[in-house]
Ligand binder design. Structure first.
Ligand SMILES: C[S@@+](CC[C@H](N)C(=O)[O-])C[C@H]1O[C@@H](n2cnc3c(N)ncnc32)[C@H](O)[C@@H]1O
Length: 585
């Protein structure tokens, strides 16, 4: 925690060097969010009224970094990493570092102990195993260490002695090598922050996290030399970087004619003691946790991520181009990895739903239909439920050293709890949608349970064949599928009912187009011999009326694939008329 005196010194330093801080704002140190700004009295700022003005000379930019590292001048692409290295040198380096003395009051308010997950203990990080945050941390640390190694090499900077053993993990390894997160944690935890060498990896990681949580984009400086090569460049903005974040809070940052960078709140009014927030961008909780080390359960920009690994060829022909939709992660030729953010505000993304419906389409179907929609919803429900189970089964893992801080346990629990909440809503939405589709198609559906109830003669035959007294017996005796095949053939053989049902129609279409191979016949021989010719002799009133040849069953099987959807909750087969379903994407 920052000391009150350091905070006062920093505010004084800024004002002594020409900064303006509206006297109606005061800064306090709080338990939950560190330095926090409050409005002292009720007031309504004008939208163009700067509450804080900071002269350009107080900003920490790549320009100062280049004065310290002139050898980086020709390497524009390194600009943020050079500024980060400069910050490491300012904070942890000798007094001779360019402007170190000048910036000291500011450097003293930059917290040494950071709340970001990268600085959690190994025991704490273990509790994120299997989460997206864990993978992002691992990948970010691998990226940052490579960036730092490359930077030191480019600027001919020797690595710190405290990194010798750690660096041996990377010696001779290629770009693609991924060092496990545990190895990073062990090293980071082994370094004492107050005795860091400025040219150590952990000092650079500290700067990276400070930059990530406090830097502002260069574009707001309104410089004429801002171009695509330095668009992502950031700089530190003392005093304004003491403001905490809140999504949706309207703010403005603007350079004025006196070269002062101004902070303007666009809130119409403040009450006394209200917190004065900045807006770091409308960010999800995952980003809050990784980049800033906090969590907001009421965050409407929160999401739970679903990662899918599919055979590359599968989404072929799908009307959304994943390379442009923002879902694409990778494609190695065999498998494609896609990611979908299930947002608190949109727990069931239209593209995700459409993808599952599309994937549930049969090869013979050109466009999705009601059956593939219901099936796709089932498949997606099952994938989301699996992920939900991961979050539900989570229990805090403790270890013998109990290196778990209570506020971190609280963050971890919130992470699991809020992911669970979103996924539960997604599952609920899927269930409601499925019911809605079924309801809207009521007149085009026929459940096998109803068939069993209404077709008494057929139901009686199932008692003789399988010993099934009621419909549920068909499930427990595992003969539902055989019963379905027998009923479809019975239906097409039934000439007493003049009405041409959708089942008969589909059967006829399949029969007219199907090419039956020898293997198809062989595949059905076992089934056929089990029932025929004996059924024709035992129950001739059904099984000796019309055509009961093996071909009929092969056709019936394909027709069932096209028409039947099995309701997950009770395993009930439902015949659905083939009707197009609009994907709505
Ligand atoms: C730009 S700094 C803001 C000043 C910071 N409070 C300090 O003590 O220096 C960003 C850090 O402030 C804290 N922070 C910002 N917004 C917060 C919020 N809404 N809730 C909790 N902590 C917050 C986090 O620790 C974050 O990493």
């Amino acid at each position: 925690m920052i000391a009150q005196i350091d905070l006062q010194n920093c505010l004084q330093w800024a004002q002594d060097n020409g900064a303006f801080i509206d006297p109606r704002i005061s800064f306090k140190i709080t338990q939950d969010a560190g330095v926090t700004a409050f409005v002292n009295e009720k007031f309504s700022p004008r939208p163009d009224q700067a509450l804080i003005r900071i002269p350009e000379t107080l900003l920490v930019t790549s320009q100062q970094a280049l004065s310290e590292f002139p050898q980086a001048a020709n390497q524009k692409s390194l600009s943020n990493s050079v500024t980060q290295l400069y910050l490491s040198k300012l904070k942890f380096g000798p007094d001779t570092v360019h402007l170190k003395f000048f910036y000291k009051p500011y450097l003293d308010v930059l917290p040494l102990n950071l709340p970001q997950t990268y600085f959690w203990s190994t025991d704490e990080v273990v509790n994120l195993h299997g989460t997206d945050v864990y993978l992002t941390m691992r990948d970010t640390l691998n990226k940052v260490v490579k960036e730092w190694i490359g930077l030191c090499q480019a600027l001919s900077i020797e690595h710190a002695s405290q990194d010798k053993q750690f660096l041996s993990l990377f010696r001779g390894t290629g770009e693609a090598t991924v060092v496990p997160l545990e190895q990073f944690c062990t090293h980071i935890n082994s370094c004492k922050l107050d005795t860091l060498e400025w040219n150590s990896f952990v000092a650079y990681l500290w700067s990276y996290c400070i930059f990530n949580s406090r830097a502002f984009p260069r574009i707001i400086l309104n410089k004429s030399d801002t171009d695509s090569s330095n668009l992502n460049e950031g700089f530190l903005y003392p005093i304004v970087d003491l403001l905490n974040h809140k999504n949706d809070v309207p703010v403005k940052w603007k350079m004025n004619d006196q070269n002062e960078l101004c902070f303007m709140s666009q809130c119409p009014a403040f009450d006394a003691n209200e917190e004065l927030f900045n807006n770091y961008g409308d960010i999800s909780n995952e980003k809050c946790l990784l980049n800033y080390g906090f969590w907001d359960s009421s965050n409407k920009y929160d999401f739970s991520r679903l990662t899918l690994k599919l055979p590359s060829a599968l989404p072929n022909g799908f009307p959304v181009d994943f390379s442009k939709s923002g879902n694409f992660v990778s494609d190695d030729g065999d498998t494609i990895i896609l990611q979908f953010n299930l947002k608190a505000s949109e727990p069931l993304p239209a593209t995700l739903l459409a993808l599952f419906i599309y994937l549930s389409k049969l090869k013979s179907e050109e466009t999705p239909n009601v059956r593939s929609a219901l099936e796709g919803i089932d498949q997606l429900t099952s994938v989301v439920s699996q992920r939900l189970l991961f979050y539900k089964n989570f229990k805090i893992k403790t270890s013998s050293n109990q290196n778990l801080r209570p506020h971190i346990i609280k963050l971890i629990k919130l992470y699991y709890q809020d992911n669970k909440k979103i996924l539960n809503v997604t599952i609920e939405k899927l269930s409601v949608l499925q019911k809605k589709i079924l309801n809207a198609n009521k007149e085009f559906t026929l459940s096998f349970k109803t068939i069993f109830k209404n077709d008494k003669i057929f139901a009686n035959s199932l008692l003789l064949i399988f010993g099934a007294i009621n419909y549920e017996d068909l499930i427990t005796k595992d003969c539902l599928n055989d019963a379905l095949l027998l009923w479809v053939v019975r239906t097409v053989n039934d000439k007493t009912n003049k009405q041409d049902s959708f089942i008969k129609q589909t059967f006829r279409e399949v029969s007219d187009s199907i090419v039956i191979e020898k293997e198809d016949v062989m595949g059905f021989l076992g089934f056929y011999k089990k029932y025929f010719p004996s059924l024709s002799e035992r129950i001739p009133e059904i099984y000796n009326v019309g055509d009961w040849g093996i071909r009929q069953f092969i056709v019936a099987d394909t027709a069932i694939d096209r028409l039947v959807w099995i309701r997950k909750s009770n395993n009930e087969p439902i015949f659905l008329m083939e009707k197009a379903y609009n994907l709505r994407i």
